[in-house]
Design a protein around this ligand. Structure first.
Ligand SMILES: Nc1ncnc2c1ncn2[C@@H]1O[C@H](COP(=O)(O)OP(=O)(O)OP(=O)(O)O)[C@@H](O)[C@H]1O
Length: 250
């Protein structure tokens, strides 16, 4: 497994509209990097650019892997914000769809195990319309985990899950994606503090890193340093994203 650090530098714009001014960040190898930012700032665009997918925004700059190799599609798995499940295929067939599209044999047993691990045991043969939004999101996550790539790009992958399912699925993802370079978009500061080895705050003015506890992920949500970091990040986001005045003691 060769999961490289990824450096992204430049500025992001759509035509004459600038989304993010000059930035230069390195998402560390074999770590979880979390991107936080207000709606519409360009987070999904950055993820799509890393994946080499078509994108309305342009990066005037570059994206490089620290190992010098191209960030080719065989190194990347991306989970989009919407589940992108095929409506006519079962949960199991959706999980293995990329393999089948490549003309490879599907590993149905491994896919079934993944579906069970995300809590969908017994629902393997249901079609997307017979699943809840949170269940569909877990099928999409299973499909991403099934791909087993070096670079994993996750666009709000836990947003539709209830709080307890979210926590157990987050723990599973951290375990199964150990040693991968993971980039996670989140709107939730608690999730960011729990899962980030590195975190970045994105605004139109640029991208800044954010302080995190020195503990390993997934962090204990109830630990004192986790709660303190959450309060500090929330305050920081209010100031940076909404222009509020900093709150003392937060
Ligand atoms: N097809 C398009 N044509 C023109 N502009 C677009 C298009 N798609 C997105 N944009 C613009 O590009 C900008 C960045 O969008 P992007 O989806 O990357 O934002 P985001 O930070 O991921 O937002 P959110 O948190 O709401 O998902 C937005 O301001 C959006 O309006």
């Amino acid at each position: 497994m060769s999961a490289p650090a990824i450096r992204i530098s430049g500025r992001l714009h759509t035509g004459p509209k600038q989304h993010i001014a000059d930035f230069d960040i390195t998402l560390p190898s074999r770590c979880w990097s979390v991107l936080l930012g207000p709606s519409g700032v360009g987070k999904t665009s950055l993820l799509r650019l890393i994946a080499g997918l078509p994108c309305a925004a342009n990066l005037v700059g570059k994206i490089t892997a620290a190992d010098g190799a191209p960030i080719a599609s065989h190194r990347v798995a991306m989970m989009a914000q919407d589940d992108q499940l095929l409506p006519w295929a079962s949960a199991l067939d959706n999980t293995t769809i990329c393999t089948r599209l490549r003309g490879e044999n599907a590993q149905k047993e491994r896919a079934t195990t993944l579906l069970a691990q995300v809590g969908l045991s017994g629902l393997e043969h249901r079609k997307p319309a017979q699943l809840s939004a949170g269940q569909r999101q877990r099928v999409a996550l299973a499909r991403t985990l099934y791909e087993d790539r070096d670079i994993i790009l996750l666009d709000e992958p836990f947003s539709a899950l209830d709080v307890t399912t979210r926590q157990s699925v987050q723990d599973l993802a951290v375990r199964l994606l150990a040693r991968r370079t993971v980039v996670l978009i989140s709107h939730d500061p608690a999730e960011a503090i729990r899962l980030a080895d590195a975190a970045w705050l994105i605004t139109p003015a640029g991208i800044t890193s954010c302080a995190l506890p020195s503990t390993t992920i997934p962090r204990n949500a109830a630990a004192k340093e986790t709660l303190g970091a959450h309060a500090a990040l929330l305050n920081h986001m209010r100031v940076l994203f909404a222009g509020e005045t900093p709150r003392c003691g937060a």
